[in-house]
Design a protein around this ligand. Structure first.
Ligand SMILES: [Zn+2]
Length: 163
């Protein structure tokens, strides 16, 4: 996925907020929805584009799942609803990011057992500049649909506040 991570995170977080009847922690969901892509800084500035950024630990499901399990085991003793809520908002958005990256990217879902990178669709390099290849591909319409959906939900919730 290219540009729809944040709006998709907004949609998921709003849904979870409604489900758990809380208006809090939207920022947690939004932050987590884009957090794995922080590795692009390392990709460009330090690694000099040697390794596809989806191969870094920031895009490994097992890494995030391990942290989530540790937090939930710790919370078995603490029994804090807020810990469960924040970790649910955070990690569900992390995994949404990874699922969306599986659409046209590639994620190693079964690492460390295999480094095989799962992806649903391959975007062919139709343009010299890779960004144009993504924009020209039909999968970009899915991203635009997510963005339109998020804007619609945002406008609807703003209207409800005004009414
Ligand atoms: Zn990503």
């Amino acid at each position: 996925m290219f540009i729809a991570h944040l709006p998709a995170g907004f949609l998921l977080t709003r849904w979870l907020q409604n489900k758990f009847q809380t208006p809090r922690f939207l920022w947690v969901g939004l932050l987590a929805s884009v957090l794995p892509d922080i590795d692009t800084l390392y990709f460009y500035l330090i690694d000099h584009r040697q390794t596809p950024h989806h191969e870094y630990w920031t895009h490994l499901p097992v890494f995030w799942l391990s942290i989530w399990v540790v937090i939930m085991i710790g919370n078995l003793f603490l029994r804090k609803r807020i810990v469960s809520l924040i970790s649910l908002l955070f990690f569900s958005n992390i995994f949404l990011h990874l699922v969306l990256d599986t659409f046209v990217g590639g994620i190693s879902w079964v690492y460390p057992w295999s480094t095989y990178s799962f992806s649903l669709v391959t975007v062919p390099a139709t343009h010299a500049f890779w960004v144009l290849s993504f924009i020209a591909h039909w999968s970009f319409l899915v991203e635009l649909a997510i963005i339109v959906w998020a804007i619609w939900v945002l406008m609807k919730s703003k209207k409800q506040i005004e009414d």
